[in-house]
Design a protein around this ligand. Structure first.
Ligand code: FAD
Length: 556
């Protein structure tokens, strides 16, 4: 934990050195002693300390300094650190000014120069002041702080990224807390830089303006570049299927890399409670499952690159070469595609413009707390929508589920329907579809078309979460890997048509169960044609595929 600071300011460097030496010898174990030989320099220092979230316990200033006297400086300093104890160093001739300062401008004490011996003329008084300061001292949060506003899509993306990668951070909504004196002091210390939101403040005192996930990832040590350029097994996609393949592959001796565009965990990472995964009778959150799986994969030596996307793939003989989003390439003998699906877009006016500013796709776990006391709209009738509704109901005043059909019975699991029925602040709005989203800078209202009455209803709304099905992310595979008409990847028996192996297939065996039309390229989980869209089946496919990879590698 960073030590609180004792700051002294004196334009006479000999005196400055002497006071620093005396402070350090008595208080160095508990406090950090720093000094400045100009009041202007000291004020800059105080602003930097404020931005770093440091605590200043004492500011000790010489009264006679050019440009700004000690009293003037202490008054400025207390605007930045109002709780710091303030003391003057004065010559005998200045004692009247010092006494007036105590009475008029809340200075705690004055010391006469010289203060020898300090055991009599300095430490006893400072002990009192510092004891007093310690009584109200609460150590500050020491991690990353993100300053932003709730309705900014950039801020939302960054918070979502940090949450999904399980990077602890403190969120400071500079609009919501604009009247909070501490936010005001922090924004003043940042000056014009405070306008470049999101501002990310790191514990080492550095900061990122308009912070992007990829820049923050590098700063917090998330690996985005591969350590070598060849692997036995490369896995694209870090959802349950990719993570399972990584754990099984690496534990069975394959040199394995996993490439994940956003955050390990995939869709499952967005789930607030998975209740049907074997071995967890009380359910577990997707975030928890992802955290455990990542730890397990790392323990077996899997290299995880995130955030990093795969943008293209090609083959050169027995090598499968992946082009990454940053332009670099890695090659492997076996490639596993586990890229899952992404949310289908809702096609209605206003939706795209307000995405990230009240309109969200997916779980929005980051947003759940911000919805406290509000009305939340959830669009869609599948399990993912039901889980999200249950999660928001813990915070929101009311949750309204909008579904096109008559009820949830044909789209949602019974256990969730039962939970929803028992949750008094969840309401179902059937025969309803979103026709338009309204709002200038953030969502304010939605228009809902009621198919049973034919009427268009416009209702106030500040948050809407959309779960209307999902499509695979396979464009990046170009024409190399065969897909069905919706983009899902064909594997194994699905590739055999009229008893014929796929075009260009040169091996004297059929494609393995989870192998694509390119030998050595496998597909698992939601991205695969005909897959069961569940965590357990993704995990099952990811682990089973490793057996086929061993068979494939034995003949490469
Ligand atoms: C909110 C919600 C709740 C759910 N609840 C349950 C539940 O309770 N029980 C259950 O069994 N199932 C549940 N599901 C379904 C389950 O989460 C999915 O079936 C499962 O996550 C599929 O796993 P996957 O690994 O195939 O793909 P995904 O989980 O979709 O992971 C794919 C990953 O690939 C990454 N990716 C995509 N393209 C690229 C690229 N080009 N380069 C690099 N990375 C890329 C993505 O960022 C993503 O992280 C839920 C889904 C959602 C959304």
């Amino acid at each position: 934990m960073a030590k609180p600071i004792l700051l002294s300011v004196d334009d006479d460097t000999d005196v400055l050195r002497a006071i620093e030496r005396d402070l350090r010898s008595q208080y160095g174990a508990e406090y950090r002693v720093i000094g400045s030989d100009t009041p202007e320099g000291a004020l800059d220092l105080l602003k930097q300390l404020k931005v770093r979230n440091d605590h200043v316990a004492l500011i000790l200033a010489d009264q006679r300094m050019p440009h700004m006297d000690g009293i003037g400086f202490l008054q400025e300093g207390m605007r930045i650190f109002p709780d710091a104890k303030r003391a003057l160093l004065t010559a005998y001739a200045d004692t009247n000014a010092a006494i007036e300062a105590i009475n008029q401008v809340s200075i705690d004490y004055f010391f006469l120069k010289p203060w020898d011996p300090p055991t009599e003329h300095l430490y006893p008084q400072l002990d009192d002041l510092l004891d007093d300061w310690q009584a109200g001292y609460r150590p500050a949060f020491e991690g990353i702080r993100v300053l932003g506003t709730r309705w900014s899509p950039k801020c939302y993306d960054l918070r979502d990224f940090l949450a999904r990668n399980r990077v602890p951070y403190q969120w400071i909504d500079v609009e919501a807390t604009a009247n909070d004196p501490e936010t005001d002091r922090l924004m003043k210390a940042l000056g014009p830089e405070g306008a470049s939101l999101p501002v990310v403040l790191f514990p080492d005192g550095t900061k990122l303006l308009e912070g992007l996930p990829v820049d923050v990832a590098q700063k917090v040590g998330l690996r985005t570049r591969a350590q070598t350029n060849f692997y036995d097994l490369a896995i694209v996609g870090g959802g349950p299927a990719g993570l399972a393949a990584a754990v099984y592959g690496a534990s069975e001796g394959l040199h394995t890399v996993m490439i994940e565009r956003e955050a390990p965990g995939g869709q499952a990472g967005m789930s607030s409670r998975i209740e049907n995964y074997l071995g967890f009778p009380n359910g577990l959150s997707g975030g928890d499952l992802a955290r455990r799986a990542v730890a397990q994969a790392k323990r077996f030596g899997v290299e995880i690159l995130a955030p990093q996307g795969a943008d293209a793939v090609r083959t050169e003989g027995s090598y499968r070469i992946i082009k990454l989003a940053d332009g670099s390439e890695i090659s492997c003998h076996a490639l596993m595609i586990a890229t899952g699906v992404q949310w289908r877009r809702l096609d209605a006016p206003g939706i795209d413009r307000l995405q990230g500013a009240g309109v969200y796709y997916g779980g929005g776990t980051t947003e759940a707390l911000s919805c406290t006391g509000e009305i939340v709209y959830v669009v869609g009738g599948a399990n993912s929508a039901g889980q999200a509704a249950m999660n928001f109901a813990k915070y929101a005043d009311r949750v309204v589920i909008l579904v096109r059909g008559e009820s949830l019975s044909s789209t949602m699991s019974q256990y969730l329907i039962d939970q929803i029925k028992e949750t008094l602040n969840i309401q179902l709005w059937a025969h309803a579809s979103v026709a338009e989203a309204h709002g200038e800078t953030h969502l304010e209202e939605i228009s809902v078309l009621c198919s049973d009455t034919g009427k268009l209803e416009r209702v106030p709304a500040s948050s809407m979460f959309i779960f209307i099905g999902a499509l695979p992310r396979t464009d990046w595979l170009g024409t190399l890997v065969e897909r069905d008409e919706r983009g899902f990847i064909l594997t194994g028996p699905d590739l055999i048509r009229d008893g014929q192996r796929p075009k260009g297939w040169a091996l004297d065996r059929d494609p393995f169960l989870l192998e694509t039309n390119v030998p050595g390229i496998f597909a698992v989980g939601d991205v695969r044609h005909g897959s069961v869209k569940r965590v357990a089946s993704g995990v099952g496919e990811g682990s089973v595929a490793v057996q086929f990879i061993h068979q494939y590698l034995s003949k490469v």
